[in-house]
Design a binder for this molecule. Structure first.
Ligand code: PEP
Ligand code: MN
Length: 360
């Protein structure tokens, strides 16, 4: 996969020697809280200070943000710490207020990206802006919807554009709050190699203990930056308490992350290698996940066989599966020998599972 950047973008113009870092609380809660966190993030790698002012809550009755008042607090952050500021906008009024208060970076949230009407309204309100605008992926894994929102911003002459990958919601239980579906973001990166791509490990994981690993994967995949929710007292945050880290932890994370720069041939080789390895790691995890699911289904068959007192091994059915998989494997460039070996191993594990059920 080729994704070396060709064009100079607003990101290059920032002249950073590390990935872009956006950090700050999920929500602005009080003036004191906003300023306290900002001061703790001053003189770190953090470039933009984020705080949600209008919070799109899935269910009503939760904290819905402090509203326009919070924009004044962000202005104070800029005056007192020199940090640039960032917030989410979800309609025309938000955009107008954010621009009036000189917010430097505006992002479109995942729940807005799903709605072309809202995206269009935001794009029109932003027309010709020189502020940075980042479009989060929609909550559902739909690349066209994401691209469509980016295109609407382009058409509205937004010049400093980028995207944030914050993962996708699923009905299925997973260790992530929003599963990353990395291949979707990689596809977007391949289509628009010059569009800065930021990872949001906070909303992907929903869990502060997983922030580091997801951030490292993102950097190995050549992401341009990270947006990480940071709070001085995460446990007592008014929203997203489980996923926020303290400023101190954030600094440690930034220190521990392996950051690659394409400086020479050797570095470029290493960069490409770790990029490919990160893709392999993602696929290996998917393989294990899929095999786990297959065994669960197989357990269900075991239960049925037990009820009916049927033998575990059904050779006809098994030969059918093998034949079909050998053909399928051939079409993907996999040798018959490999497919046979692999399915024998899978079958054996399946039999072991079912035997256990029969004996229970
Ligand atoms: C957020 O960044 O606080 C937020 C609401 O994110 P998302 O739109 O990704 O859910
Ligand atoms: Mn949040």
């Amino acid at each position: 996969m080729e994704n070396s950047k060709q064009m100079r973008t607003w990101l290059d113009d920032l002249g950073l020697d590390h990935p872009l870092v956006i950090a700050g609380p999920c929500s602005a809660e009080t003036e004191e809280q906003v300023l306290k966190i900002a001061h703790e993030l001053k003189d770190t790698d953090v470039n933009y200070y984020r705080a949600g002012i209008w919070k799109p809550r899935t269910r009503p009755g939760n904290f819905e943000g402090v509203g326009a008042l919070g924009l004044k607090w962000l202005q104070k952050v800029k005056e007192e710490t020199g940090l640039k500021t960032a917030t989410e906008v979800a309609n025309r009024a938000h955009v107008e207020l954010a621009l009036e208060h000189d917010i430097d970076l505006l992002w479109v949230g995942a729940r807005s990206t799903v709605s072309p009407f809202i995206v269009q309204e935001i794009a029109e309100a932003l027309k010709g802006t020189d502020k940075i605008v980042l479009v989060k992926n929609p909550v559902n894994p739909d690349l066209s919807l994401w691209l469509g929102a980016v295109e609407r911003m382009y058409s509205s002459d937004v010049k400093k554009l980028g995207v944030i990958h914050r993962g996708f919601s699923t009905y299925e239980k997973s260790k992530y709050r929003n599963i990353p579906e990395w291949q979707l973001a990689i596809e977007l990166q391949t289509k628009f190699p010059d569009l800065p791509l930021i990872n949001d490990p906070s909303h992907i994981t929903g869990n502060r203990n997983m922030i580091f690993d997801v951030s490292q994967t993102a950097l190995d995949l050549n992401y341009d930056g990270l947006i990480i929710e940071t709070h001085h007292d995460p446990e007592n945050a008014w929203s997203d308490a489980a996923q926020q880290v303290t400023p101190k932890t954030l600094v440690q994370i930034m220190k521990d992350l392996r950051i690659r720069k394409e400086t020479d041939e050797e570095a470029e080789y290493n960069n490409k290698l770790s990029n490919l390895r990160a893709q392999i790691d993602i696929i290996d995890n998917q393989l294990i996940d899929t095999l786990g699911k297959r065994m669960k289904v197989s357990d269900g068959i075991g239960e049925l066989k037990k009820q009916r007192n049927v033998a575990v091994l059904q050779s006809n059915r098994w030969n059918q599966i093998l034949g079909a998989m050998i053909l399928e494997g051939e079409s993907k460039g996999l040798s018959e020998e490999f497919v046979l070996k692999m399915f024998k191993a899978i079958h054996q594990e399946s039999i072991n599972h079912q035997e256990k059920i029969m004996q229970s």
